[in-house]
Design a protein around this ligand. Structure first.
Ligand SMILES: Nc1ncnc2c1ncn2[C@@H]1O[C@H](COP(=O)(O)OS(=O)(=O)O)[C@@H](OP(=O)(O)O)[C@H]1O
Ligand SMILES: [Mg+2]
Ligand SMILES: [Mg+2]
Ligand SMILES: [Mg+2]
Length: 353
């Protein structure tokens, strides 16, 4: 099937953003890592998050100038940096350098800092359904920023949402091998990285991040035997309840250890059968999942044959702006295992309430 203009734009956006992330990653040693700021919620944001959001917004604006973009980041902090000292000095210049290094790789003209900050702020839409006829993009320029900082997995996640339904999804995963190796190693394998993509009601594919690579189809695993299933979950214990996941695994008689990896690379692994179940279990009441942490993963996994609901079995509801206000946690599976995993999850979470 040929790619739609929307998918082609998202793929290009993912490639440009991944290139910027790789420029930043390779310019910094693992010891000190890329420069990062703390956001209001104390989570980190790096030079590469900003550079990647700028490039995704630029690519989407070129193809679809009227489409709103709901991005995780904004440039407000970067507009007040004139007197930044110490380790923050030069932060904005590093963003500009990363964007322009990526643009140069694609033989595109370089941009000024002012243009780059404006591209980042194109991501300031609020995702209200009804805006632009119910059509908008959502972008996580680096999902798994903590993974990125550690040299582990991270993803550039881009999705198109139409009337509340994610219809196009791209996950660019620079540290994930193109062929699943059931990997326990949680970091770069020296390869070029993988880009997963899908359209609703079309197939899901993976291709290398190498220029000109050809997509190949991916499918979730067919296993209906929970005992043989492989579960994946976040590295960060603040992002998912590891203890409850272990209880659910025991209930399902799972024998393999969970695969812990950062970012929506988890959706990608389940989509291609490298794992069978992705559990994201609420750690504290009141945390609302963000749409950009899931929209692209949902498209890819469903197109590959899998299923996604929240822990209560409800579909993820993308009609409430930037948050999945009506959902709690996430269960993503290969499909055949979904009902059993959902039942075990309900039993464990209800018992602990
Ligand atoms: N308390 C809490 N509960 C659930 N989720 C949270 C929480 N805090 C943060 N986040 C979001 O987690 C995103 C990273 O997802 P992962 O857990 O898959 O990656 S990681 O293991 O933390 O790297 C991360 O996305 P990024 O900020 O894009 O990295 C956050 O949006
Ligand atoms: Mg994220
Ligand atoms: Mg992010
Ligand atoms: Mg973040």
């Amino acid at each position: 099937m040929s790619e739609s203009a929307a998918l082609a734009a998202a793929v290009q956006a993912g490639r440009w953003a991944a290139a910027a992330c790789q420029v930043v990653r390779s310019a910094s040693g693992l010891e000190d890592g890329p420069a990062a700021l703390d956001k209001a919620d104390k989570s980190p944001v790096t030079v590469a998050d900003f550079a990647a959001q700028a490039l995704v917004c630029r690519a989407l604006a070129e193809a679809f100038p009227d489409d709103p973009v709901v991005g995780e980041e904004d440039a407000a902090a970067l507009r007040t940096t004139a007197d930044w000292q110490g380790e923050k000095a030069g932060f904005v210049e590093q963003v500009t350098h990363a964007v322009n290094a990526a643009l140069a790789q694609f033989k595109l003209p370089t941009a000024t800092t002012a243009e780059i900050l404006d591209w980042i702020d194109r991501g300031g839409a609020d995702g209200a359904v009804g805006e632009n006829g119910g059509r908008f993009w959502t972008v996580d320029p680096i999902d798994g920023t903590k993974g990125f900082l550690r040299g582990g997995q991270y993803a550039v996640a881009i999705a198109l949402i139409e009337n509340g339904i994610p219809t196009v999804g791209v996950l660019a995963c620079p540290n994930l091998p193109v062929q699943s190796d059931g990997h326990n190693g949680d970091g770069a394998d020296g390869g070029t990285g993988a880009l997963f993509s899908a359209e609703k009601d079309g197939g899901a594919t993976v291709r290398s991040l190498e220029p000109g690579s050809t997509p190949t189809s991916i499918h979730t695993s067919a296993t209906a035997d929970a005992a043989a299933a492989r579960l994946c979950e976040s590295v960060e214990s603040a992002h998912t309840a590891h203890g409850a996941a272990a209880e659910i695994a025991a209930k399902l008689n799972l024998t393999a250890d969970p695969l812990r990896l950062d970012s929506q690379a988890k959706y990608a692994e389940v989509a291609r059968g490298g794992a069978d179940i992705y559990l994201r279990l609420p750690t504290r009441p009141g945390y609302v999942e963000r749409i950009w942490d899931h929209a692209a993963g949902v498209v890819v996994i469903e197109a590959a044959g899998g299923r996604v609901t929240d822990v209560d079995g409800q579909p993820l509801d993308f009609t409430h702006g930037r948050g999945l206000e009506k959902n709690r946690g996430v269960i993503a599976t290969n499909g055949p295992l979904h009902d059993a995993v959902r039942a075990a999850t309900g039993a464990v979470l209800n018992a602990s309430n």
